[in-house]
Design a protein around this ligand. Structure first.
Ligand SMILES: Nc1nc2c(ncn2[C@@H]2O[C@H](COP(=O)(O)OP(=O)(O)OP(=O)(O)O)[C@@H](O)[C@H]2O)c(=O)[nH]1
Ligand SMILES: [Mg+2]
Length: 449
């Protein structure tokens, strides 16, 4: 981290301004050598200065330069940000001159990596920076921001401290059995303490399911027999003619996906081919895809036709979705009711002609995941597989303690499991890390962050 790094931090393309960021011990010196206006090596920290970027006397651009001294900066190093005119040519030219003067082009995510390695943010917070950049919905944005605030890191840190306390206590019991101040860690005490730890970890894990859904969007599949109105419902929910609708059975033959944003939550709507026995090769493939989607979707909406009696195919579909999180939408209520259905739970009725029931359907989806209450709730969730797996591993270690305690294995032999949990939680927040993992994580970032 001796080298001074530079990169364009704004998106490439045309814009009114672009920002080039320089970080490292020579950041101020390097920018000063190409800045005409004043000597920025002599200015106060966290100030902005007007002038020109020059290259061998030639004026390249009129700029504003922000000078920030270590350690109160994003990377904890000296940082200079050059606000120049937008556009690829100018921005690239300034970057090129900076590189000639001794800066090195930053790798993707390298600024954030330095922020982490210099102890400004935890690994969880760093990952949230990436999430924030990628956020496409309001809930994703809020979740990422909460991650960056360090709340989650603090929760993990507290759990780690509790584990460390127990480990320390066991060690004292072993090394200084005569020392009365440290309570004796009896099997019962260990059990009580680890039950609480397991509960805290389990809560994180349970909540992470919502976190993952918010982050990757929730897959909702519209399934049913041909012609019940699946594509019409997709179009009505999106308020656009995305899918082809006709009165011909088997109109939709492939999966059609579209994003729907409901009160800041992102959903992936998937319209499917109507499920029926078919000899047509293309339709058959489509029907198989529909069946697969029933397996993989987070939520399945089975569409039935109010104007027809329940068929054996409908009954098969009802069985297929039983184990899944599902809703049943009885469509075509504008037509005569011929359908008799004994189920009432999670059933919504409506139609796509006068759009009756569609608002109810949206509301029900929000309620199903408790998203209707999300505003008051604090979105502090684990948000990726790496984080989730480490919590799972930690829970496994704690569970092993409970198994071994039942077998009356002595407390001091269970310390190893506590250490494993402690280490895994350390990896989670980046207090214990491998260089290779860190390199890989930060490479996912965009350039200049
Ligand atoms: N009366 C009435 N007709 C509807 C309603 N919804 C859809 N339809 C009609 O039903 C027919 C089939 O609609 P689609 O949306 O193509 O049905 P689908 O389930 O996607 O059919 P496939 O793609 O063949 O599986 C079209 O003629 C629609 O106009 C409704 O609520 N009421
Ligand atoms: Mg269709």
């Amino acid at each position: 981290m001796e080298e001074t790094i530079a990169a364009i931090s704004t998106a490439s393309g045309q814009g009114a301004i672009s920002i080039i960021r320089v970080s490292g011990k020579d950041a101020i010196k390097i920018v000063n050598s190409i800045f005409k206006g004043k000597n920025i090596e002599k200015v106060k920290s966290h100030t902005i200065h007007y002038g020109f970027i020059v290259n061998n006397q030639e004026e390249i651009d009129e700029v504003l330069v922000t000078v920030m001294h270590s350690p109160k900066t994003f990377t904890k190093e000296d940082i200079v940000e050059i606000n120049c005119h937008g556009g690829i040519a100018t921005t690239n030219k300034i970057l090129e001159i900076l590189l000639e003067k001794g800066a090195r082009l930053a790798e993707p995510g390298e600024f954030t990596k330095r922020a982490f390695l210099n102890g400004r943010i935890s690994l969880l917070e760093a990952e949230s920076v990436g999430d924030l950049i990628e956020a496409k919905s309001e809930a994703q944005r809020r979740m990422a921001l909460n991650g960056m605030s360090g709340r989650l890191t603090n929760i993990i840190r507290n759990i780690r401290n509790e584990i460390l306390d127990i480990i320390a206590n066991i060690e004292v019991n072993i090394d200084y059995p005569e020392y009365d101040d440290a309570p004796n860690v009896t099997p019962q005490l260990l059990k009580d303490k680890t039950i609480k730890i397991e509960k805290d970890l389990q809560l994180l894990l349970d909540n992470s399911k919502i976190g993952k859904m918010i982050k990757s969007g929730i897959d909702i599949a519209l399934v049913g027999r041909p012609n019940v109105g699946k594509s019409s419902i997709l179009n009505a929910l999106l308020n656009e003619e995305k899918a082809i609708v006709t009165d011909i059975c088997g109109t939709t033959r492939d999966l059609i996906e579209a994003k729907m944003n409901l009160n800041g939550i992102l959903f992936n709507l998937i319209d499917t081919a109507g499920i029926r026995e078919s000899e047509d090769i293309v339709e058959k493939i489509g029907v198989n895809k529909s069946k697969q989607v029933i397996e993989t979707a987070d939520l399945v909406i089975l569409v039935l036709n109010n104007n027809e009696e329940l068929t054996s195919e409908d009954q098969d579909l009802l069985k297929m979705i039983q184990e899944k999180t599902h809703l049943i939408f009885i469509n075509k209520t504008d037509l005569e009711t011929k359908l008799k259905l004994s189920i009432n739970e999670n059933v919504i009725k409506g139609n796509t002609k006068d759009l009756n029931g569609l608002e109810k359907l949206k509301k029900k989806i929000m309620e199903l995941y408790h998203f209707d209450k999300l505003k008051e709730k604090d979105l502090t969730y684990l948000s990726n597989i790496r984080q989730i797996n480490l919590v799972k591993e930690s829970i496994k270690s704690i569970e092993q303690i409970h198994i071994d305690l039942k077998k009356e294995i002595p407390v001091d032999m269970l310390e190893i499991h506590l250490r494993n949990a402690f280490d895994n939680l350390g990896i989670l927040i980046g207090e214990k890390y491998e260089d290779e993992l860190i390199d890989k994580l930060f490479k996912n970032f965009c350039l200049g962050k």
